[in-house]
Ligand binder design. Structure first.
Ligand SMILES: Nc1nc2c(c(=O)[nH]1)N[C@H]1C(S)=C(S)[C@@H](COP(=O)(O)OP(=O)(O)OC[C@H]3O[C@@H](n4cnc5c(=O)[nH]c(N)nc54)[C@H](O)[C@@H]3O)O[C@H]1N2
Ligand SMILES: Nc1nc2c(c(=O)[nH]1)N[C@H]1C(S)=C(S)[C@@H](COP(=O)(O)OP(=O)(O)OC[C@H]3O[C@@H](n4cnc5c(=O)[nH]c(N)nc54)[C@H](O)[C@@H]3O)O[C@H]1N2
Ligand code: SF4
Ligand SMILES: [Mo]
Length: 701
């Protein structure tokens, strides 16, 4: 019997846990955490632990299929890869010729191995229109804001020697989640040093229970809260005066901006008492070093960039930037990804949907420019400013994770040609013309270069098995580029990986997978020799780049457009504030509901509500409860909690039911995005729409 243990890295979430893959006669028999990995030290979470159940799930797509019958009728026929790829290549080339390459759009999901390869393939075809439902709503607002104002994204120093003495968790519950390169294990380990804990969250999470201070903020009022904390830190001179004087630009202007934004000003806006705001500002500023764990909750409302801006200034004012135990900049261990963006003609670049308005998403303020989803969906529906003829989806369950799902359905049904590559059939894949079976993470080669973790570990993810006729997304792009005879993008996957690794680490992919991972030597206080990569060479509290793009150079407060304060008229009928999300440890966004072990651990969707509010509407613990907004209605089971504000409801996102009949798989029953809004106003710089802080009403089913 041929037995081997191969080193790889779990990619079932944003994490990147080192994994040992036990393979016998071409079958994956066991997956365990790599004890040598600095990220997980041998552990796997419930999702990583069921990797075999994912790879060998009986519902996995094993071969390409073509739709018979009308769109959404659920009738399919098996076809060969040759037939599938030739048909796609021929249709796409015809569309490019007749309508221009920009009329082809691509979609993908968050933080996957192939996210940048989707943009690469788009650029190779000549279209600027690729998108991801998190781009304007998740992580990239933090990345782009910090790149513009500090030169890079600062991240928690989890792999250094010095533990943080205070941790500020803001709209983030990383013991269950952990975006881009952080694992839940790093987060848990950082608690072992017994730091002070401050939590800003409308729900009483496990972290909130442990916290020294818990600020139960009104959803969507994070900007006001952060500005008030800045007011206290500046007003009481709690900031690091030497650092601020030498390394920041525009401190006086910031001080002037927040002068009137006192805790008393913020109290009625945030529903947090002025005393508690003061206490949090003092505890955070006076305990050092400190880290900021910020999550996507601050990026789910239309004042996203300025909220991020305000919160990002907290560790800047305390001087906890690029110091041991603080917020540090990565060492960038791998070479530049060849995104092929230079292949776009100026005409094509100018056609990126939404880029003229949202420059931090699609223009000069974006590290990797992407299209604006609501503008793209509108172009699908109306043909304006030009028609979108094809939509190629590589790993996104569009009907569950984009805002306003009913309108998303309407948009997708207008597209002439839709292709979907996924591990499983989903309600979204059922709308496609051709469905391709994608390889899952143990079935493909990739580099997990995680510049977002302080240790800057570069990990090799290697193909250890393959099921059916699955191909990796990257391989599909290469094959299509060749069949379409595109001018660029035809190198093999390994050639591209080798090039990135040689440029960064001087090794090739085979050498990386042999080692498993490479730790890049770390250096603190890089700014002392290099400065900050901004126009002034300093951290820009007053942002010259935001100003040049026509946006507010200083952080500001905006009331959410659908709130009890901005729309008291609407609040008569929809009296409660709705927030959505709240990550579940057993599922990743809309995924994993078909894995029996995970589903047994967490059967039904749950919405959190205060017992008094539930009683008022005749709802008991575990009852199915309607939640309704102006956009639509869906049901989840009531989870009663006296930790949530009586005026707030939290609904989980990502729910559909793979066990229910095709083609809908129950996607219209409990889907939080039937409630959310993708209409204006958007964040002026990022185009962010509203996934949280909306008005709703509830009732017993
Ligand atoms: N297990 C698991 N891990 C995941 C994911 C998953 O689905 N499952 N998803 C991945 C993705 S895409 C991401 S972006 C990350 C997200 O991970 P997190 O950033 O942790 O996101 P959430 O858990 O949705 O929200 C964090 C907290 O914000 C609170 N919250 C809700 N509304 C507001 C608000 O208006 N203001 C504030 N301050 N807090 C609010 C919620 O109660 C919740 O406790 O996790 C990634 N990792
Ligand atoms: N209401 C509400 N909506 C939200 C959020 C929220 O908190 N509330 N969170 C938002 C955020 S932060 C984000 S980032 C987005 C997340 O949105 P996405 O990241 O797009 O998540 P999914 O829609 O679950 O799509 C992932 C799909 O990829 C498939 N897949 C997994 N691995 C592979 C692979 O290797 N190749 C291919 N081709 N397919 C694969 C899975 O089976 C699944 O169908 O959702 C956003 N939507
Ligand atoms: S935390 Fe993420 S990367 Fe780590 S085992 Fe779980 S799913 Fe995999
Ligand atoms: Mo996300």
């Amino acid at each position: 019997m041929a037995k081997k243990i191969l080193k790889s890295v779990c990619r079932s979430c944003h994490g990147g846990c080192g994994a040992l893959m036990h393979v016998e006669d071409g079958v994956l028999v066991k997956v365990e955490g790599d004890p040598n990995s600095p990220l997980n030290k041998g552990r796997l979470c419930p999702i990583g632990a069921v990797t075999r159940d994912l790879v060998y799930h009986p519902d996995r797509l094993h071969y390409p299929r073509r739709r018979k019958g009308p769109r959404g009728s659920g009738q399919w026929e098996r076809i060969s890869w040759d037939a599938a790829l030739d048909e796609i290549a021929q249709r796409l080339n015809a569309i490019r010729k007749e309508f221009g390459p920009w009329s082809i759009a691509l979609g993908t999901g968050t933080g996957r191995h192939h996210i940048r390869w989707v943009s690469r393939f788009g650029h190779a075809m000549g279209t600027p229109n690729w998108c991801e439902p998190g781009f304007a709503q998740c992580f990239h607002p933090r990345v782009n804001t910090c790149v513009q104002t500090m030169g890079d994204l600062p991240v928690c120093d989890f792999t250094g020697e010095v533990p943080a003495k205070v941790i500020l968790y803001w709209g983030h519950n990383p013991v269950h989640s952990g975006p881009d390169g952080e694992t839940r294990f790093n987060v848990r380990d950082s608690l072992a040093a017994n730091p002070k804990i401050i939590v800003v969250d409308p729900r009483k999470t496990e972290l909130a229970e442990k916290a020294d201070l818990w600020l139960r903020v009104r959803p969507g009022a994070d900007d006001a809260l952060a500005l008030a904390m800045l007011n206290v830190i500046i007003g009481e001179k709690l900031y690091d005066q030497a650092f601020v004087a030498r390394w920041t630009h525009g401190f006086d202007a910031l001080a002037e901006r927040v002068k009137t934004m006192t805790p008393e000003w913020a109290e009625p806006l945030t529903w947090v008492s002025a005393d508690l705001i003061r206490a949090a500002a003092r505890l955070y500023a006076q305990t050092r070093p400190g880290i900021l764990e910020w999550g996507c909750a601050i990026e789910h409302t239309p004042n996203c960039i300025q909220t991020v801006r305000a919160i990002s200034m907290l560790p800047v004012l305390t001087g906890d930037i690029d110091v041991p135990g603080g917020m540090v900049f990565g060492m960038h261990g791998i070479g530049r990804f060849p995104s092929l963006i230079e292949n776009l003609t100026p005409e094509a670049s100018a056609k990126r949907l939404g880029a003229d308005r949202f420059k931090m998403l699609g223009g000069e303020g974006a590290a990797l420019p992407a299209a604006h989803i609501p503008t793209l969906l509108e172009a699908m529906r109306t043909g304006k400013p030009y028609p979108i003829k094809a939509f190629l989806v590589f790993g996104n369950n569009t009907l569950t994770t984009y805002a306003n799902s009913s309108q998303v359905l309407e948009s997708l049904t207008k597209v002439d040609f839709m292709v979907n590559a996924d591990l499983f059939m989903t309600p979204t894949a059922e709308l496609a013309d051709i469905v391709l079976p994608a390889a899952s993470w143990p079935e493909l080669d990739q580099i997990a270069g995680l510049p977002t973790i302080a240790g800057n570990v570069v990990l090799g993810q290697q193909k250890v098995v393959r099921v059916g006729e699955c191909k990796s997304d990257e391989e599909i792009f290469v094959e299509l580029a060749r069949r379409m005879d595109l001018p660029v993008g035809k190198e093999s996957v390994i050639e591209v990986l080798d090039q990135q690794l040689k440029e960064g680490l001087g090794i090739d992919f085979a050498q990386l997978t042999e080692k498993g991972f490479v730790k890049v030597p770390f250096r603190y206080r890089k700014y002392e020799t290099d400065g900050f990569k901004t126009p002034t060479g300093k951290i820009e509290l007053y942002s010259t780049r935001l100003e040049a793009m026509g946006y507010d150079p200083l952080p500001n407060y905006q009331e959410p457009p659908e709130s009890p304060l901005s729309r008291p008229d609407l609040a008569q009928d929809f009296p409660l504030v709705l927030t959505t999300g709240g990550r579940i440890p057993f599922y990743f966004n809309s995924e994993h509901r078909q894995i029996a072990k995970l589903r047994r651990a967490y059967r039904d969707p749950k919405a959190e509500i205060h017992p008094e509010t539930a009683k008022r509407f005749g709802i008991g613990e575990g009852d199915w409860m309607w939640i309704e907004t102006r956009r639509g209605k869906m049901k989840q089971r009531a989870k009663l909690s006296d930790g949530i504000d009586p005026r707030v409801v939290n609904a989980e996102h990502g729910w559909w039911f793979p066990d229910q009949p095709a083609p809908e798989y129950g996607v219209w029953q409990s889907n939080a995005n039937l409630l959310t809004d993708n209409g204006p106003p958007y964040d002026p710089a990022m185009g962010t729409y509203q996934l949280r802080a909306l008005l709703c009403r509830v009732g017993k089913v």
